[in-house]
Design a binder for this molecule. Structure first.
Ligand code: EPU
Length: 330
């Protein structure tokens, strides 16, 4: 089967950006996980479409395709995983601003770049500051803070849907419920390729920069951008103080329960878990909703510790924690 896949990759110009038996611990931000059959980075849209079309039409198992961004909130299982990991490359790493105040971006654009480049033009996405990964990953996982999701700012996205017998490109227009806390439900297996943000009249943007100048008779006094950059710096500082930055982790493990006002971190902390270890995995001393790889963890350690937490919270607090991280191969 691998030879067949290699041929399809070769025919579509993707062999050079493919790895076989790829070590997932090199990719995942928690640095654990086994090896996947194949890891492909698609730099060109037309090559990606042709490759997927051919892969599906030849009856290859569509379920084994696993889209990834920077793998900052995925736990890959240990051992050999029959996945074809698919990452979007150069042509999907763009960020465009037009005169009407629309922002369009590719899935592979880094969130950190997005926050800074939009701030330079007067758009306030400071609530996303300090979150790692790509825009595609952020939209798929509805990244954000405890009460604001990136998807509340998105107008629509383009996706490639992988269907039983072929692929389909379509657009999904977001509505109010799409922007809700950590919630995005899309049909079947899909790749987010492009993200279009709401009109700038909903966001301050360049108009606000100009307005700031006009209101002062054209004399430049205060720039809205200074406030946005200040907020970005503050948010990053708060995150560094409250969260275990620069450790091997995959972000918050569980979603905050939406029916109560107490965060998952506080609940887990209340069960006495800070510093609790299982194998090479440990609950962060800084924030109890983070599990850290102390150096020699395998994914099973992380998973087992997360399950111990989930069951303890269920028994002690009668609360059902829901995973926020994605798990692949479990
Ligand atoms: N708290 C504790 N103990 C802890 C952790 C938190 O008592 O171990 C308390 C804090 O003192 C605070 C409250 O719980 O009073 C809320 O904590 P925090 O401000 O850290 O926010 P959070 O609800 O735990 C959410 C997101 C984070 C996001 C932060 C800041 C979720 C699951 N988590 O955390 O997102 O960075 O707000 O905006 O929604 C992520 O999604 O991966 C993530 C890290």
């Amino acid at each position: 089967m691998m030879d067949k896949i290699k041929n399809i990759l070769k025919r579509n110009g993707l062999l050079e950006s493919s790895f076989f038996g790829f070590d997932l611990s090199k990719l995942s931000s928690i640095k654990t996980g086994g090896r996947c059959s194949c890891f492909v980075t698609a730099h060109k849209r037309n090559e990606l479409l042709k490759f997927l079309g051919e892969y599906i039409s030849l009856g290859m198992p569509a379920l084994n395709i696993y889209p990834v961004g920077d793998a900052t909130n995925i736990l890959f299982a240990d051992g050999d995983l029959p996945f074809l990991l698919l990452k979007l490359g150069k042509e999907f790493d763009y960020l465009e601003f037009n005169d009407e105040g629309n922002i369009a971006a590719g899935s592979a654009c880094k969130l950190t770049k997005f926050v800074v480049e939009t701030a330079r033009r007067g758009y306030d996405f400071s609530f996303l500051a300090g979150i790692p990964g790509t825009l595609g990953g952020a939209v798929t996982g509805s990244s954000g803070t405890a009460d604001k999701s990136i998807n509340s700012m998105v107008e629509k996205i383009s996706i490639i849907q992988i269907l039983g017998k072929g692929i389909k490109q379509s657009e999904i227009v977001f509505n109010e419920s799409t922007g809700l806390y950590r919630l995005l439900k899309l049909p079947g297996l899909f790749l987010v390729t492009d993200i279009f943000f709401r009109q700038a009249n909903d966001l301050p943007g360049e108009k606000a920069i100009k307005k700031g100048q006009d209101e002062n008779n054209g004399v430049y006094i205060k720039d809205v951008r200074e406030d946005i950059f200040k907020k970005i710096r503050e948010n990053i500082k708060t995150k560094k103080n409250r969260q275990p930055a620069s450790t091997k982790n995959i972000g918050c493990i569980f979603k905050n329960p939406q029916n109560g006002s107490v965060s998952a971190g506080k609940i887990i902390d209340g069960c006495g878990f800070k510093g609790f270890k299982y194998g090479g995995a440990m609950v962060s001393e800084k924030h109890a909703n983070f599990i850290i790889n102390t150096g020699n963890a395998v994914s099973k350690d992380i998973y087992t510790l997360a399950e111990i937490i989930r069951q303890t919270v269920r028994n002690k607090k009668n609360i059902e924690l829901e995973y926020e991280i994605k798990m692949a191969g479990f």
